[in-house]
Design a protein around this ligand. Structure first.
Ligand SMILES: NC(=O)c1ccc[n+]([C@@H]2O[C@H](COP(=O)([O-])OP(=O)(O)OC[C@H]3O[C@@H](n4cnc5c(N)ncnc54)[C@H](OP(=O)(O)O)[C@@H]3O)[C@@H](O)[C@H]2O)c1
Length: 255
């Protein structure tokens, strides 16, 4: 039986990815900053462990308690929507600590075991905004674009050891707690000079039809493919909007 370790399983995509792998008879290590037993179905194949990806001690304890895993899914992440001018550097650092350095630290933590076994897959959840830039997301986009680049480069040095790395790029998913969680880093508010831009962004999102956004199950399906199909492309979009953005970006490169 294969084992997957997933970061950020308390809500949203992480929770859905955990359900998806459980339904397919995998052993699932669902990690959360504040472990909760009531969010996933009870199963002897499910282990819930505490993990904060910004803490070296938490990562070491989690990986030791988890034992051997076949797939690591770096899903945990925080959002931040604001003009750069309205974003304190402390918030910039928090975003990078979680979205970028957390991914690198978790990858480092599983690699000795993956390399020794000459097997293992790392799936990094980034974002469709790295393909189609949107207003007021410069810091968040940079934190995720760094992971795209990191993944593509580290994949080269890990390939000789039988370790695969893939990136899943979800589109906008209003149904998760992401927007709400992002507000914690936006306490300073959007500067007045950018209010009109922000209104435009929110108005556009308000009109986006439900079949043109991303759903958690789209992300779970994409992560499943990235984890189990060696022919999966390096960058896999998840959700109708991300698929469209990726196709448009490929078209503009070819044009
Ligand atoms: N929703 C979207 O529109 C969207 C689009 C593209 C990409 N994404 C990416 O998809 C991933 C999942 O997002 P989501 O939509 O499912 O949002 P979400 O519901 O807010 O889930 C994010 C998860 O990350 C966890 N997390 C945050 N900081 C952490 C830390 N330091 N250590 C460990 N876990 C931490 C959160 O745990 P707590 O409950 O403890 O806060 C939560 O479980 C993120 O990487 C996000 O950037 C989201």
């Amino acid at each position: 039986m294969k084992t997957v370790l997933i970061t950020g399983c308390s809500t949203g995509f992480g929770l859905e990815i955990a359900r998806y792998f459980l339904d397919r008879d995998w052993s699932v290590i669902a990690t959360m900053r504040k472990p909760r037993e009531d969010v996933l179905p009870r199963s002897e194949r499910l282990t819930i462990l505490p993990l904060d990806v910004t803490s070296a001690a938490s990562i070491a304890a989690c990986v030791a308690a988890a034992g051997p895993v076949d797939v690591l899914v770096n899903n945990a992440g925080v959002g931040l929507l604001n003009a750069l001018e309205g974003t304190p550097m402390e918030a910039v650092r928090t975003v990078f600590e979680t979205n970028t350095f957390g991914v690198m630290a978790m990858t480092q933590a599983v690699l000795p075991e993956f390399r020794a076994r000459k097997a293992g897959v790392i799936v990094n959840v980034t974002s469709g905004v790295t393909v189609k830039p949107l207003h007021l997301l410069s810091v968040y986009t940079a934190s995720k674009a760094a992971v795209n680049a990191f993944s593509e480069s580290v994949a080269l040095e890990l390939e000789p050891f039988g370790v695969r790395v893939r990136v899943v790029l979800p589109g906008r998913a209003p149904e998760t707690a992401f927007g709400q969680n992002a507000r914690a880093l936006m306490s300073t508010g959007i500067p007045e000079a950018y209010a009109e831009i922000a209104e435009g962004v929110f108005a556009k999102w308000g009109k986006q039809p439900v079949d043109e956004v991303t759903h958690a199950v789209d992300v779970a399906e994409a992560v499943w493919r990235a984890a189990t199909d060696p022919s999966c492309p390096m960058r896999l979009p998840a959700g109708a909007d991300a698929v469209a953005a990726m196709a448009a970006a490929a078209g503009s490169v070819l044009a």
